[in-house]
Design a protein around this ligand. Structure first.
Ligand code: SAM
Ligand code: SF4
Length: 335
């Protein structure tokens, strides 16, 4: 009998073992690179997955080979039932990780530990309070910074995500790396990516090459250690000799990591995106609510995945507003 192909393997033989689930489109910050100033039109509550739906859909993915689920948003902790969702998903045979802006995570330390959710990514784009307010449109720097320290004290594996933008925070690259001297964190520099309404301009982006130029101008060659990247890692990892932590660069724009991509994304309203840059989506939730099997929809979405960056395989295409403006704002995709 002909063996049935795994529904999570695409036409380029990439196996999708990593699912990112957005729990909500809402957020308690308003980061300029993530959402337009006027906000985003929110889906009615009835269109957002309930915790039972999240659990059942996630279980289907796990049964087909997903081994890691990352919860994101919007801000995952603005959902009132975040604790229930975390505990339910933690009962599945899968690694659970979280991406958060860190504002309220101090309330969840015990719950996270109890459920063995130890890998936490926190977004922080500057170490200067006034700049934090400018970029997030909210005055929460102290809270986020003290919560990062709290996570480290409590033994979590903490990664900090900073989106680099020219003339905003590119002058802080070395200060960010200096944080890793005493803190056992990984500081990750993310190239600024285009989404609907974030006024993307290639000139604002700080590339992998530019980050490394600054690093090399500041540290001698023998102090900069290239670390082994984990399998399917989207980042290139380094450390400064003698420092407790490390740093990394996520170069989705100048150096995409599509060849080894193992990710799928489920939006809070139950749409499957086969790529962060893709402007098409597959409606899993409606199919599920209609009582039909979601597996054929998942397989079709996986088989439709482009080789590179949702079909934008050159930087010229990425700079074509027509192509990326049909994509949602990052806040409604889930980073
Ligand atoms: N609210 C949570 C947070 O900020 O970590 C989770 C959701 S947020 C959309 C997930 C990640 O997407 C964050 O690390 C954020 O920095 C990143 N992000 C948002 N907009 C981006 C953009 N235009 N380019 C690159 N990364 C972006
Ligand atoms: Fe909210 Fe995260 Fe987007 Fe900032 S990056 S607006 S914290 S979802």
């Amino acid at each position: 009998m002909k063996e049935q192909k795994n529904i999570l393997t695409d036409t380029f033989k990439r196996k999708h073992t990593y699912l990112r689930i957005s729990l909500t489109e809402r957020c308690n910050l308003r980061c300029t690179y993530c959402m337009p100033a006027e906000g985003v039109p929110l889906s009615p509550k009835s269109h957002i997955m309930t915790f039972e739906e999240i659990y059942t859909i996630a279980k289907t993915f796990v049964s087909h080979g997903v081994t890691k689920i990352r919860l994101t948003g919007g801000e995952p902790f603005v959902r009132k039932d975040a604790s229930v969702i975390l505990s339910k998903l933690a009962s599945l045979p899968v690694e659970i990780a979280l991406t958060t802006n860190g504002i309220t995570i101090d309330r969840y330390i015990t719950l996270l530990k109890e459920n063995n959710i130890l890998n936490i990514n926190v977004s922080l784009d500057t170490l200067i309070q006034s700049k934090f307010k400018e970029i997030t449109r909210r005055d929460k720097f102290d809270k986020v910074y003290s919560n990062i320290l709290l996570l480290v004290e409590n033994g979590f594996n903490v990664k900090i995500n900073a989106v680099l933008m020219k003339d905003f925070n590119d002058d802080e690259i070395i200060d960010f790396i200096e944080l890793t001297k005493d803190l056992p964190i990984s500081f990750r520099f993310i190239e600024f990516m285009p989404f609907d309404g974030n006024k993307w301009d290639m000139k604002k982006m700080v590339s992998y090459a530019e980050v490394m130029q600054k690093v090399k101008a500041n540290f001698s060659e023998e102090k900069i250690v290239r670390l082994q990247d984990a399998e399917n890692d989207t980042s290139k990892n380094y450390k400064i000799k003698g420092y407790s932590g490390s740093f990394a660069i996520i170069s989705s724009v100048t150096n995409p990591f599509c060849d080894s991509c193992n990710r799928l994304r489920l939006t809070a309203d139950g749409k499957l995106k086969n790529c962060l840059f893709s402007n098409t989506e597959s409606d899993i939730l409606t199919t599920y609510r209609d009582g039909k099997s979601i597996e054929p929809i998942i397989q079709k979405a996986v088989l439709g995945k482009y080789k590179v960056r949702g079909g934008m395989d050159t930087l010229e295409k990425l700079q074509e507003p027509k192509l990326h403006l049909q994509n949602r704002s990052m806040i409604t995709i889930g980073g």
